[in-house]
Structures are given as C-alpha cells and as structure tokens.
Design a protein around this ligand. Structure first.
Ligand code: G3P
Length: 217
C-alpha cells in the first residue's frame, strides 16, 4: 500500500518525507484554507519537497472551469495530479484531461457506482471518503471492498485512494481490503508507528544495555 499524507502543511510533509514514510500528498480546498496561503505557492512548495504524486483540487464546478484550472495546477510541476469532484462535469473533465495525458484524482466518492463511472472516465485515482460515510452510520469500509471487487472484475487500472481516514484501524482495514493508497492526516499517520509494548520493550533494552557497561564503537 502507498501512503499519501493528507495536508497542505509543508513542515508536516517535509518531516514525513524525510522519514521516508510517504509516497505522495493530497490536498483539497479545506486544507488550503487551513494553510492560509495561495494554492499555487502551496502546491509548488509541496512539489519541491516530494517527488510523489501531489493532488491539487480545482475550485470550479463547471467543465470549462475545471479544464482551465486543472491545467494551471498541472503546469506547476510534473507530479501534480488534478483533483476533480465526482459530478457530471467532473467526470467529463476527468475523461478529457486523462485523454490529454494528465493524471487525475476523482474525489468525494461515496458509492460503488460513482467509483465505476470514475474508472470508466479514466481516473488515475478514485477517492472514496471512508470517515464521512462512517459519520452517517454507513460502514465506509464496505465501499472500499465493493470498489476493489468491481475494479478487479473489469481489470480497471484506476487506483483506490482510501480517503477521509480518521484512525489507524481505517488504514489497517483498507490495506486488508486491497486499497492501493491510503491518504492519512499527519497525526494519524504518526500513530501507525506507535505501540505501548514497543515503547516498553525499548525502555527495557536501553536499561539493560546501560548495565552492560559496553559501548559500540
Ligand atoms: O482527502 C479527503 C479528506 O481530507 C477528507 O477528510 O476527515 O474531512 O472527511 P475528512
């Protein structure tokens, strides 16, 4: 599974990139608002610190606007992926932009039928929102399972990018179900590293090593 970090915070991205923990970055208008900087500066700075795919979302909701904005965002760097909402205009823009050789990430996916249409439109990535389905008492992970089965039935190359991930267990379950990517908030990504028994065991090793009186030179 590939890990993308879901943030527009450059410092967070750089820390995780330097640790070798991430394969790409996803952003969206809410994360741009949170970063409180011009989107083109944000995306350029992100692309300067990571070689992996960087999803930048259009703001337009009409076909022509999506094409115009998508090409502006894609011109920032070669690893920009144009993020488009799963609407009629978004699917039309996805088909058009993919046909022109751009990489696309179709987002705000909440049903298997939506994901099927995105794959048929040639999307590079599909972003099903697990957490937001869970919020409505619908099991978001069942959507991941459905999409995986449908994409495998027809050998679609669109990659399942599990999104709206809120917990370490979301990552585990998405991986068990065969999602290609999880895009994870920085804080959640860091929890994947932690386990109390690891901390306890290391504390014990450090204490015992100190008792040996040895050094490794
Ligand atoms: O990539 C989508 C993600 O940013 C949405 O997360 O927690 O707002 O549903 P959330």
């Amino acid at each position: 599974m590939k890990f993308f970090v879901d943030t527009a915070d450059i410092a967070e991205i750089k820390e995780l990139q330097d640790a070798g923990l991430i394969d790409g970055v996803t952003t969206n208008p809410s994360l741009v608002l949170k970063a409180n900087r011009p989107i083109k500066e944000i995306i350029k700075d992100i692309c300067d610190v990571t070689e992996g795919p960087v999803s930048a979302e259009v703001a337009a909701t009409d076909f022509d606007g999506m094409l115009r904005e998508g090409k502006i965002l894609a011109a920032i760097a070669q690893n920009v992926v144009i993020k488009l909402p799963l609407t009629l205009d978004g699917l039309k823009a996805c088909k058009h932009l993919t046909g022109e050789g751009f990489k696309t990430n179709v987002t705000l996916c909440f049903s298997a039928n939506q994901a099927l249409l995105a794959a048929k439109a040639g999307a590079t990535y599909i972003s099903p929102f697990i957490g937001r389905l869970d919020d409505t008492n619908i099991n978001g992970m069942e959507l991941i399972a459905d999409i995986r089965r449908i994409y495998d039935n027809y050998d679609f190359e669109t990659e399942i990018l599990a999104a709206s991930i809120r917990t370490a267990n979301h990552v585990r379950e998405a991986a068990l179900l065969g999602a290609d990517v999880s895009t994870v908030p920085p804080a959640t990504l860091k929890t994947l590293i932690k386990h109390p028994l690891t901390d306890k065991g290391l504390e014990s090793f450090v204490a015992d090593w100190k008792k040996t009186g040895q050094t490794i030179d």
